[in-house]
Design a protein around this ligand. Structure first.
Ligand code: ITT
Length: 184
């Protein structure tokens, strides 16, 4: 399989997945029709359900990406609700919630869900540890990138290629690629 359909409405995710997989010879095609996101505490069952749903609907192999920012001191919030929080609150209000907190540890997670029609879905998880910055830094990336500090620099300050070398998405895609290459 060299062509992969990726169901996502998020342009930033699509660009990263497309470019990371292109290097390995896969062509990623975006489909923006969406899929039902079930409510769960972990991202894996959400991605698995989504991948199964889209593969069966489109009758072709497909991937989805469910990601989230898990902030330690907030019990992992926003986690699976990251898209909702980003849209309704935004980075500035997340920083407000974090005001006065000295434990700023967080984990960014990305789960790639993959499914062949008629088969059961698989998930590939990538995670990267960091801290929540005190203010937004950098205009690169998307979403939470300007407030996610990794080794003293936010993802928003990293060059696009640099983020793609270390990100949660890159780590998840490396696992997915390893599986794909062993299968082919
Ligand atoms: P889909 O159509 O793929 O579902 P979405 O944006 O709704 O797109 P999620 O449900 O996975 O995606 O929500 C994840 C949230 O975390 C969303 O607000 C993203 O913008 C943000 N996010 C995901 N990956 C990110 C990254 O690499 N850097 C910064 N923010 C990210």
């Amino acid at each position: 399989m060299r062509k992969i359909v990726f169901v996502t409405g998020n342009k930033g995710k699509f660009r990263e997945v497309r470019d990371i997989l292109a290097v390995k010879g896969y062509e990623v095609i975006q489909n923006t029709d969406g899929y039902p996101e079930i409510q769960e505490d972990d991202l894996e069952p959400i991605a698995a359900f989504g991948a199964r749903w889209v593969a069966h609907k489109l009758e072709m192999p497909a991937i989805v990406d469910d990601s989230g920012l898990f902030i330690d001191v907030l019990g992992g919030f926003p986690g699976p609700y990251s898209a909702f929080v980003e849209k309704k609150l935004g980075n500035k209000r997340v920083l407000k919630i974090m005001e006065g907190e000295s434990d700023r540890n967080a984990v960014f997670k990305c789960v790639i869900g993959y499914c062949d029609p008629g088969s059961e879905p698989l998930t590939f998880t990538g995670a990267v540890k960091g801290t929540i910055a005190f203010e937004e830094q950098g205009a690169g990336g998307f979403g939470y990138d300007p407030i996610f500090d990794h080794n003293g620099i936010t993802f928003g300050e990293l060059k696009y290629e640099e983020k793609n070398k270390v990100s949660h998405r890159r780590r998840a895609l490396d696992k997915f690629l390893e599986w794909l290459e062993n299968r082919e």
